[in-house]
Design a protein around this ligand. Structure first.
Ligand SMILES: *[C@@H]1O[C@H](CO)[C@@H](O)[C@H](O)[C@H]1NC(C)=O
Ligand SMILES: *[C@@H]1O[C@H](CO)[C@@H](O)[C@H](O)[C@H]1NC(C)=O
Ligand SMILES: *[C@@H]1O[C@H](CO)[C@@H](O)[C@H](O)[C@H]1NC(C)=O
Ligand SMILES: *[C@@H]1O[C@H](CO)[C@@H](O)[C@H](O)[C@H]1NC(C)=O
Length: 463
């Protein structure tokens, strides 16, 4: 069993809104409708392209290849047929503004669609030594590689293609740190692979203490020698301190979450140049009060506090910490929102599954929003300084559509084959896969901020 305990724990989630709606929802129905619409649209557009065949090679058009044959895509396509090309072309197909161009600021990059792109994925897991065995789905026997082929396309603008060299150059002599739970780790490993794709000598990328990537507690710091930059991960599933209960606590209190104290790991990451936080999956009854972990503020253990209130307090603590203790003139701060799970027909413990989902959900988004995301937005908007220093990456809706991207049966490590049907992981994500898209957004937001910073500096020098 290659699967970590943390991975198993994370899957026992019961309190989430999205998947409930998803249960009664046949993902293919809306998809077929949309497919029909797209087919008609592209046949129409295809007439135009017919006169200039070269145009078909533009990005965004490969739908023609997918649907033009008149049959739905074969779900058993060989995964390794996926070829990584090194295209550095700008994406502008439809005359949309580039997000990094002037006027791109007003674009809501979280509002968009998943589009098929033959140039994806950005890397192959077998070329990247920095992926946990549990995330190597194709190597672990997943037969379909479609989930690696979707690119996120905002409605209002185009994103530049991820350029690892450019990112590394910007990160030269700097530190990028991810702080959060194992979904944050998922994203961190994705970033390592995306950046490592530009470095032929993978030996020049190493954990500074020699710790293996399989270490699931504490922290891991990978250094890219050629750029003197580090890409770091700190495990802090609640972001606040979890510790033993104070002396004299009521009976049944085994541990507490100290809602007014940011994780002790802050001593290590506070001065990094880019911080990417996430939390959410561990704020469940089962993982807290259900096994004797209550909430504490000051020295007081609050036996009656509900989880959502506790979550709100912890986010307030995070915001206050960032505003008062992080030098946000230097450090860019991001919070990546909750990534929905997609268990059907049960939970992790009761045989919930997602392995049959091979395509994104193109249907409407659920009516209900995710409570944890609402709470985060609310706490964020309470003070304008918070909105200035904290970049809220609301990836929840886009990620909700990616029911096809989970590790499902394919998290038992290369050579072990698919796991049992009743033991699926519909929380974590295959790599390459969905977390790459979060990182592509992080990339453009980071570059945007950098250019603003640069402009400020130039202006200061002129004045
Ligand atoms: C390497 O990067 C660190 C920050 O991560 C910085 O403090 C240090 O000065 C850099 N070293 C050189 C030689 O630039
Ligand atoms: C507290 O911990 C003890 C020992 O680990 C365990 O036996 C007990 O069930 C726990 N209490 C609760 C409420 O889970
Ligand atoms: C950050 O920049 C502002 C404005 O340029 C300045 O007033 C403030 O002192 C700076 N803070 C730190 C910690 O350098
Ligand atoms: C969505 O929510 C609105 C307002 O709460 C309600 O009027 C509408 O019926 C809901 N739609 C569905 C499909 O549940």
């Amino acid at each position: 069993m290659m699967k970590s305990r943390e991975t198993q724990d994370l899957n026992s989630i019961t309190h989430l809104d999205f998947p409930k709606k998803a249960k009664n929802f046949n993902p293919l129905e809306p998809f077929l409708g949309v497919l029909g619409f797209i087919l008609v649209t592209f046949l129409f557009i295809g007439c135009f392209f017919y006169f200039d065949y070269r145009a078909v090679h533009f990005r965004g058009v490969p739908w023609l290849g997918l649907v033009g044959g008149g049959s739905s895509p074969s779900l058993s396509a060989a995964p390794h047929a996926a070829v990584v090309q090194p295209p550095m072309v700008a994406v502008n197909v439809n005359g949309r503004t580039g997000f990094l161009d002037e006027g791109g600021d007003s674009c809501d990059v979280y509002d968009g669609n998943w589009v098929w792109d033959d140039d994806y994925p950005l890397y192959q897991s077998q070329d990247c030594p920095f992926v946990d065995d549990g995330f190597r789905c194709l190597e672990n026997g997943r037969p379909d590689g479609f989930y690696t082929k979707w690119r996120w396309q905002p409605k209002g603008c185009d994103l530049p293609r991820f350029n690892a060299r450019k990112m590394l150059e910007k990160l030269r002599n700097r530190r990028l740190a991810f702080i959060g739970d194992s979904i944050g780790r998922n994203q961190w490993e994705s970033m390592l692979c995306m950046l490592a794709s530009a470095i032929p000598n993978k030996k020049s990328i190493y954990e500074i203490n020699g710790s293996p990537i399989t270490k699931h507690k504490g922290f891991l710091v990978f250094r890219f020698e050629d750029y003197n930059c580090t890409i770091e991960y700190y495990r802090a599933p609640y972001l606040v301190v979890q510790g033993s209960s104070p002396r004299g606590s009521p009976k049944g209190v085994n541990m507490t979450l100290r809602l007014d104290r940011i994780s002790w790991t802050h001593l290590m990451w506070k001065d990094a140049d880019v911080l990417v936080f996430n939390t959410g999956h561990w704020w469940s009854y089962e993982k807290t009060v259900g096994h004797g972990c209550y909430f504490q503020e000051g020295t007081k253990v609050m036996m009656d506090m509900d989880i959502l209130t506790a979550f709100r307090r912890s986010i307030e603590t995070l915001m206050d910490f960032v505003v008062t203790r992080v030098n946000t003139n230097k450090t860019q701060v991001y919070f990546r929102s909750y990534a929905p799970v997609h268990f059907r027909g049960g939970t992790w413990k009761t045989g919930g599954h997602c392995h049959q989902l091979k395509l994104p959900d193109f249907g409407p988004l659920p009516n209900k929003t995710e409570k944890l995301v609402d709470i985060f937005s609310d706490v964020l908007s309470k003070q304008s300084i918070r909105m200035q220093v904290m970049n809220f990456m609301n990836v929840t809706p886009m990620t909700y559509r990616r029911q096809d991207g989970h590790t499902s049966l394919y998290h038992f490590g290369p050579g072990n084959g698919p796991g049992p049907l009743n033991h699926q992981d519909c929380s974590h994500w295959c790599l390459p896969g969905v977390p790459d898209s979060w990182n592509e957004l992080l990339y453009v937001l980071f570059l945007k901020r950098e250019s603003v910073r640069f402009t400020d500096k130039v202006q200061q020098n002129i004045l």
